[in-house]
Design a protein around this ligand. Structure first.
Ligand SMILES: [Zn+2]
Length: 383
């Protein structure tokens, strides 16, 4: 009996001891392997670089910024519908970036190609905070205001779930994204009233090339004019994302003095459509490299393509799509992510491949652009 008891206690202790050793062993192994492993993995993923994924949402915007330590900002959510196409493409970009949630989503304005995909995206990936410029004020006679309102209402419904933080941005504020120096230069129709560091010189283009395009309403009363425009400074590289900001607001930013300064990477305004991308902006910022988020049949207009190509310093132009109607005015096919367009509509719709352009920006003066379709990349030194 005693011997049995002793052996039972012994067995119990031995088994507890083994279990304890097992747990300690696992813990030790986890500490030894996982801690340096995690650091090495994150380092190997980002190399201390800012990564920017230009997601193809067929003529809308969805641009994902991921900081070296994995904090993320998505600028716009593409379109609604299309069987979750844009949400799926954004999630694929996030996965490629090694992130499982979007810390911040900036809704630049409430047009369907920017806010439309927000409800579908929120179903597909966790989101922390939404930024925007405040209420939708688009109304008749601005054409399409009903569609804008529908997109805004769906977004408001999403915010009303209480699952997300919501921050309204104003001109001259910094975005509270860790590791990203991003300044709001225009929001809700108001531009910042001081120049950015290093900017503020007179813009010689003012007064000579600042005629509005034909049919342009000045001031613009659509959501485009209220768009949140940001400038990101990463090391020596200055990046401008004006969303769909209009000529009149561009002029307020650029005349009589250039408040933005020289830009290394210009995300072309309004997908290369009329009403944005004025000479006073493009000649003033004299971009080194420009990326146009056009679709096959939306944006990529000849005036914007030619204006950028001929701007001071001869900017290098990249496009998300070959613009079907712009023929030889398109940039070199090697710098176009998608040569094919989606086909069909509704249930018979067949998607194109949706290739991305992926930019990596180093703390020094280097940045590179990778064409996901060709696998080729081009490196630049910030000038
Ligand atoms: Zn747009």
């Amino acid at each position: 009996m005693f011997a049995q008891l002793k052996s039972a206690i012994g067995a119990g202790l031995a088994s507890r001891f083994r279990r304890l050793c097992g747990w300690l062993g696992l813990l030790l192994a986890a500490m030894l392997v996982a801690a340096p492993g995690r650091a090495a993995q994150s380092e190997s993923r980002s190399h201390g670089q800012l990564r920017i994924y230009f997601v193809d949402v067929e003529g809308g915007q969805a641009t994902l910024f991921v900081t070296p330590d994995g904090h993320s900002l998505l600028v716009d959510t593409g379109w609604a519908d299309h069987n979750d196409r844009d949400a799926d493409r954004i999630v694929a970009a996030a996965k490629q970036a090694g992130i499982t949630r979007l810390d911040y989503v900036l809704i630049t304005h409430y047009h369907g190609d920017h806010v439309g995909g927000a409800p579908q995206l929120a179903e597909a990936i966790p989101i922390g905070t939404f930024f925007d410029h405040g209420p939708d004020r688009e109304e008749a006679p601005v054409s399409g205001w009903q569609f804008t309102k529908a997109g805004y209402d769906a977004y408001m419904k999403l915010l009303a779930t209480g699952k997300y933080k919501h921050v309204v941005l104003h001109a001259d504020e910094k975005l509270p994204v860790r590791g990203l120096e991003a300044t709001v230069v225009s929001a809700n129709g108001t531009v910042m009233d001081r120049p950015l560091p290093g900017a503020g010189a007179a813009n010689s283009t003012c007064g000579t090339a600042d005629q509005d395009p034909e049919g342009f309403q000045d001031p613009d009363m659509s959501e485009n004019g209220r768009a949140v425009a940001i400038v990101i400074q990463f090391g020596r590289v200055r990046i401008l994302d004006p969303a769909d900001l209009t000529w009149d607001r561009e002029r307020m930013l650029m005349c009589p003095v250039n408040k933005l300064g020289h830009v290394n990477l210009y995300i072309v305004g309004n997908h290369g459509m009329a009403g944005a991308t004025s000479p006073v902006l493009v000649y003033g910022i004299a971009p080194q490299v420009a990326i146009m988020d056009n679709g096959a049949t939306k944006g990529g207009g000849i005036p914007a393509l030619d204006l950028i190509r001929n701007a001071p310093g001869k900017p290098v132009l990249w496009q998300l799509h070959d613009a079907e109607r712009s023929g030889e005015h398109n940039t070199d096919p090697e710098r176009i992510a998608n040569l094919e367009a989606p086909t069909g509509r509704g249930p018979s719709e067949v998607n194109d491949k949706g290739y991305m352009l992926i930019v990596t920006v180093s703390r020094d003066e280097r940045f590179a652009i990778l064409n996901q379709r060709t696998g080729q990349s081009q490196e630049y030194r910030a000038n």
